[in-house]
Design a protein around this ligand. Structure first.
Ligand SMILES: Cc1cc2nc3c(=O)[nH]c(=O)nc-3n(C[C@H](O)[C@H](O)[C@H](O)COP(=O)(O)O)c2cc1C
Length: 412
């Protein structure tokens, strides 16, 4: 029998009131220390009160050179942060909702101009979007440090009251770079075969298990990307099997890298105006040039099709191969699509990101029959405009003058 949306469920002992999860979404809301802010607490408690089965936080960095280039990233690199995270988890738990901390290292998908440190990657290959510089190929002792930092961050998450952590190994960030033959050209024990590329992940899992026992550890992986020599479904299935034997609690299946344009979060129209208004490469361009660039950008960087349900095939292939829960994400925004994903056996859970940006209480609305679909139009301005300030829904429009400070923006 296949799962239904509004039944209670459990992932490695984490009790969920239903099978709809808020997928990790960077909010550009953290304090400069990396601590969660009052805006985070409001956002996550709103989502919890709004009926989500579980909340996965925006990505939290495990070390300084792994910070995102966007402002306000959550960090979990320091014990001093534990009390502020404890306040956050307590607030979310008051609504009976579990909260999972996503841990990440951004690898070469960041900028040293922002982190203040050299960017790092498995191999010294430039990222087409981010790097003005060639990243430093991590040496053996530096890989060991990355592993240790993921493990310590998971320990802090357990102390801070999180119900689990999710290791971000999708979307072209550091661990995805290790897993992908496109970004990982190493010839040592960290590259080459799938097992070698997976070694950094298996070490992270082994040591978290050693130190934290049964503390739930989820993974977000790419079911595929479109890079030459990159991730393909068959290898993603092999990685899912390795994750299962490493003690992973559940696998969320996504796809894409930032180099591919908007393939992680797809949509019918490339958000050219948003990109030109705030991206570091374009924002200082003269206005007439920006105007001329809009159609060029739209033609050059369309989202791959389809725009909806685009990771379901990969999720199903993975679900057929493992016995741990599989979470599907990516353009699954209507009640019909969610039910179909569960009933077709493609996934055990569905997660969503953009629908929670426009309506924090979307799950309650779906449950109470007050909505049958998200109001999200997939304009993707949210994904671009986090470079300027706090996450919000822009609904495909920029204000005529420059954006006002985040604190003055109306909450959605
Ligand atoms: C503004 C924004 C920020 C995101 N930040 C993260 C993140 O921190 N970690 C992550 O794994 N995915 C992140 N994503 C990707 C989403 O979790 C999700 O995989 C993707 O948006 C597709 O799902 P959706 O169609 O429900 O939005 C982000 C997406 C958006 C729109």
């Amino acid at each position: 029998m296949h799962p239904t949306i509004f039944d209670t469920a459990a992932i490695s002992g984490i009790r969920l009131q239903n099978r709809l999860i808020r997928s990790a979404t960077h909010e550009s809301m953290a304090e400069s220390s990396g601590a969660p802010s009052a805006a985070h607490e409001k956002l996550y408690t709103d989502i919890a009160r709004g009926g989500a089965g579980a909340v996965i936080t925006g990505y939290a960095g495990v070390q300084q050179d792994g910070r995102t280039s966007y402002p306000g990233m959550l960090m979990m690199h320091d014990d001093a942060l534990i009390p502020s995270y404890r306040q956050l988890t307590d607030a979310v738990h008051r609504h009976g909702t579990p909260i999972i901390l996503q841990l990440a290292h951004c690898g070469r998908q960041t900028r040293s101009a922002v982190t203040g440190m050299k960017t790092v990657a498995p191999s010294a290959l430039k990222d087409l979007v981010f790097n003005e510089e060639r990243p430093h190929a991590l040496e053996e002792h530096e890989i060991e440090a990355v592993i240790a930092n993921f493990v310590s961050a998971a320990g802090r998450a357990a102390k801070a009251g999180f119900d689990g952590v999710q290791i971000h190994m999708a979307h072209g960030y550091l661990l995805a770079e290790f897993l992908s033959g496109y970004a990982n050209r190493r010839r040592d024990r960290w590259g080459g075969t799938t097992e070698n590329k997976f070694r950094i992940v298996s070490e992270i899992f082994r040591r978290i298990r050693q130190e934290q026992g049964n503390f739930p550890v989820l993974a977000k992986i790419n079911g595929f990307d479109h890079r030459r020599g990159g991730m393909r479904a068959q290898e993603a299935v092999a990685i899912a099997r390795l994750l299962e034997t490493s003690g992973c609690s559940a696998i969320e299946v996504s796809s894409g890298t930032i180099e591919e344009g908007l393939s992680i979060m797809r949509g019918p129209k490339f958000p050219a105006e948003a990109l030109l208004s705030c991206h570091f490469r374009f924002k200082s361009m003269p206005e007439p040039l920006k105007k001329a660039a809009v159609p060029l950008l739209r033609a050059a960087a369309p989202s791959p099709k389809p725009y909806r349900n685009y990771n379901l095939e990969a999720a199903k292939a993975i679900r057929d191969a493992v016995s741990i829960p599989v979470i599907a994400v990516g353009g699954i925004h209507t009640l019909g699509e969610i039910s179909a994903a569960l009933e077709s056996g493609s996934a055990d859970y569905v997660s969503m990101s953009r629908p929670f940006i426009i309506e924090r209480d979307i799950v309650r609305k779906l449950r109470e029959g007050k909505a049958t679909a998200s109001r999200c139009i997939m304009c993707n301005y949210c994904a671009i405009m986090v470079e300027e300030g706090a996450l919000r829904c822009w609904y495909g429009k920029l204000p005529r003058k420059r954006a006002e400070p985040a604190s003055e923006r109306p909450a959605l």
